[in-house]
Design a protein around this ligand. Sequence first.
Ligand code: AMP
Length: 184
Amino acid sequence: MKRILLVGPPGSGKGTQAEKVCKYLNIPHISTGGMLRDAVSSGSDLGKKVEGILAKGELVSDDLITSIVGERLGSGECAKGFLLDGFPRTKAQAEALDKILKSYPLTHIIELVVPHDDIVRRLLERAKVQGRVDDTLDVIENRLKVYEAQSKIVVDHYSGERLHKIDGSKTIDEVGEAIRRVLM
Ligand code: AMP
C-alpha cells in the first residue's frame, strides 16, 4: 500500500504528476489547494472564509487545513492508500500529520525540484490558460516567498531514506517516469 507525499513549489508540476500517479495506482488525490478552490467556487462557508487568503497567496490556518485533511484521511476512501499534494506546508502541519498517520506512516516522500525562474515562467503561462486568480506576477512571487519561508522546513522534516528528490524541470513524461521508478 502506498501513502505518498508529493512536495515542491507552486508550478513544479505537482498537480499534473499527482493526477497521473493516482490514476495508475487507483488512489485518491488529496489536493488541499483543489479542495479549497472547490470550496470557494461552491460559495460554502469554508469558501467564504478562505477566499481572500487564496487570492493573496497566503496560507490558511494550520488548524483549519489540518482538520480538513484529517477528516479526509480518516475516511474509507483513503484506507487503500492516498497521495497528498499541497499538505503539509508548514512544520506545524507536518507534525500534525505525523500524529494523524501514527500507525500508518507515509511510505514515499517525493520532492520535485525546479529552479525559481522556470517556476515563475510556468505559473505565468498557467495564468493565461487557466485564469487562476492567484497566478498574477505579484501573487506568484508572494506564493514562492511563502514556500521558501515555510515549506522548505517541511522537506527538512522528512529528510532521510524516504525522501526522493526528482528534477522537475524535465518534460512531463520524463518526470513521470522518474516518479514511477521511485514508486515501483
Ligand atoms: P496550491 O494549489 O497547492 O498551490 O494551493 C493554493 C492555495 O491554497 C495556497 O496558496 C494557499 O492559499 C491554500 N493552501 C493549499 N494548501 C494549503 C496548506 N496545506 N496550508 C495552508 N494553505 C494552503
